[in-house]
Ligand binder design. Structure first.
Ligand code: ZN
Length: 327
């Protein structure tokens, strides 16, 4: 009986792997070797999966397949168009990895099932399976970290889009020009992530503090430590520092507005907030919810806004669940 599935989360510095049956049985990671245009990466993944199979006595008869999340747009659950931080040009990840694994398992590549999707989309699917979205079939997830990523799951399936670009929540242009400085990494101006990513929060806070009249512990921190982090801003806001409260109020307004816009169109069962910044917890969630309700269309405003719970294991879970849920 086929019962085992591997979930792989391919990142720029580390490759996380998980072995699942109905739940996670083992997880580990290996470094990402980006040398030679990332040409060793898939071989390294095939090798470590084979080693785990040998350890657990997993054969072709008991292996369902391998799901993998990659940091770039993906076509047909197989082809990655480009991954800048891996050095990859266009790579048929699914086809290549099937071949490499088939060689190690001495089977036909057609019998080795591999599915590939964008990493942020895969993380959203992981949260739907065993995380903050467990009770639902559809959700929108915003991942707020260094940038703002996202994933949309409809009827239990990832919405990847015609050219693999669906779910790029961070690049919705919704921020007034007066609230951002310079351009987003994508080349546009006014993207959501320019104000609401960890980097965006810090940039906005620094500009705000230049002109604001309020006394603020953030200004002291800038002077003493030379810099501030998004966590500093959130901690100060939670402690009642008025400048920090006003800074976060602006961030919450844009997040609430963008998420309400998405929900007006997609009408998911819930919205999840994940990523490093979501460690701020209930304060962040409630702040976003308050504005979400203001901007959402009638009937949409009660969509539950929840925190993601799987952290950096969402990727391996979602990757495995692509295979497990694929009939
Ligand atoms: Zn952008």
């Amino acid at each position: 009986m086929k019962k085992w599935t591997f979930g792989v989360d391919l990142g720029g510095t580390e490759i996380k792997l998980g072995l699942f049956d109905s739940q996670l049985q083992k997880h580990w990671s290996i470094p990402t070797n980006c040398e030679a245009q990332g040409s060793f990466i898939l071989k390294d993944i095939a090798k470590t999966i084979k080693e785990c199979c040998d350890e657990y006595g997993i054969t072709m008869d008991t292996l369902k397949g391998i799901g993998i999340g990659v940091p770039g747009p993906v076509l047909e659950s197989n082809i990655v168009k480009h991954c800048v931080n891996l050095g990859w040009p266009r790579v048929a990840v699914g086809t290549e990895l099937s071949k490499m694994l088939a060689e190690l398992f001495e089977c036909s590549p057609e019998d080795m099932r591999v599915m590939v999707e964008n990493d942020a989309n895969v993380a959203a699917l992981g949260e739907l399976w065993i995380g903050g979205g467990k009770a639902y079939n559809s959700l929108v997830m915003a991942t707020i970290g260094t940038g703002v990523g996202g994933g949309i799951i409809l009827n239990g399936k990832i919405l990847s889009g015609a050219s693999g670009g669906a779910g790029e929540i961070g690049h919705i242009i919704c921020v007034d020009e007066s609230d951002v400085d310079g351009r987003c990494n994508c080349g546009h101006k006014g993207c959501l992530e320019q104000i609401s990513s960890a980097t965006g929060i810090v940039n906005y806070a620094k500009r705000y503090l230049e002109h604001a009249p309020e006394v603020s512990i953030l200004r002291n921190r800038l002077r003493d430590a030379g810099d501030i982090t998004a966590k500093d801003v959130l901690d100060a806001a939670k402690a009642g520092d008025m400048a920090a409260v006003r800074i976060m109020d602006k961030v919450f307004m844009y997040l609430g507005k963008a998420l309400a816009g998405i929900c007006n169109v997609v009408n998911p069962e819930c919205v999840l907030i994940g990523g490093g910044v979501s460690a701020a917890g209930e304060y962040l969630r409630a702040g976003i919810e308050q504005y979400f309700k203001v901007f959402a269309f009638a009937g949409i405003e009660d969509t539950p806004i929840r925190l993601a719970v799987l952290g950096n294991q969402a990727g391996i879970a979602g990757a495995a669940y692509m295979i497990i849920s694929d009939k």
